[in-house]
Design a protein around this ligand. Structure first.
Ligand code: AMP
Length: 227
């Protein structure tokens, strides 16, 4: 590539972190700022459950128990979504990969299209804080904007600041008893990916215990540096 050529390869960012770390919130902010597409396997699975597809039927009870859905199902869902036209401008993977098998499958998928991972950003948080964060959170059912009873309440109660909808939804698996299992699954199966991406030289870490805006600033700086 000469000095004037522009690298048009779309960016691939991975957000790592336990449930409640703020992956979805930060992914949406980066999406708005950089024109990338947030790709959440949790959202894709919830849509499959709601639509009653075969994958959705298989995933429902597993998700409600706070366990991980099988690699086979999740990889198939992600592969389908990566083929859509809108994601060609670059993606923020939120909640994928969650196992080493998924990380290796992602490497293989990206190799097929000549893409690389620009950064895997690990959001570092305390487990104890996660239960508080998760139990207070809810989302606008119309546009997907995330809220929290304490940390990010909408200006008008139960009304989305962004689109005005009053259809606020709380996730079934955000119950306190399920959150413990989700944290356990994270530590057992997903946390090893921090070392996986460190080994590939793409790991970045962000202290995600502070204010949403400060964390967003740190994330944006990383994206500008690696894009
Ligand atoms: P999330 O919205 O990312 O918190 O995901 C909600 C639930 O969906 C998780 O607790 C898992 O049951 C399932 N899930 C989402 N992404 C994955 C994945 N990459 N691998 C396995 N299960 C997943």
């Amino acid at each position: 590539m000469d000095g004037t050529a522009v690298d048009t390869t779309p960016a691939v960012l991975i957000l790592l972190g336990p449930p409640g770390a703020g992956k979805g919130t930060q992914a949406r902010l980066l999406e708005d700022q950089f024109g990338l597409v947030q790709l959440s396997t949790g959202d894709l699975l919830r849509a499959a459950v709601a639509a009653g597809t075969e994958a959705g039927k298989a995933a429902k009870a597993v998700m409600e128990a706070g366990d991980l859905v099988s690699d086979e199902i999740v990889i198939a869902i992600l592969r389908d979504r990566l083929g859509d036209a809108d994601v060609q401008r670059g993606v923020i993977l939120d909640g994928f990969p969650r196992t080493t098998v998924q990380a290796e499958a992602l490497d293989a998928l990206l190799a097929e299209t000549g893409q690389k991972i620009n950064a895997a950003i690990s959001l570092e948080v305390d487990d104890a804080e996660m239960v508080t964060r998760i139990s207070g959170r809810f989302t606008c059912g119309a546009c997907g904007e995330g809220y929290h009873d304490t940390f990010k309440a909408p200006a008008k109660p139960e009304t989305c600041d962004k689109c005005g909808s009053t259809n606020m939804v709380r996730r079934a698996d955000d119950k306190a008893e399920t959150v413990g299992q989700r944290l356990e699954a994270y530590h057992a199966q997903t946390a090893p990916l921090i070392a996986y991406y460190e080994g590939k030289g793409v790991l970045q870490t962000v202290d995600a215990m502070g204010q949403i805006d400060n964390i967003a600033g740190a994330m944006a700086q990383i994206v500008r540096d690696v894009k």
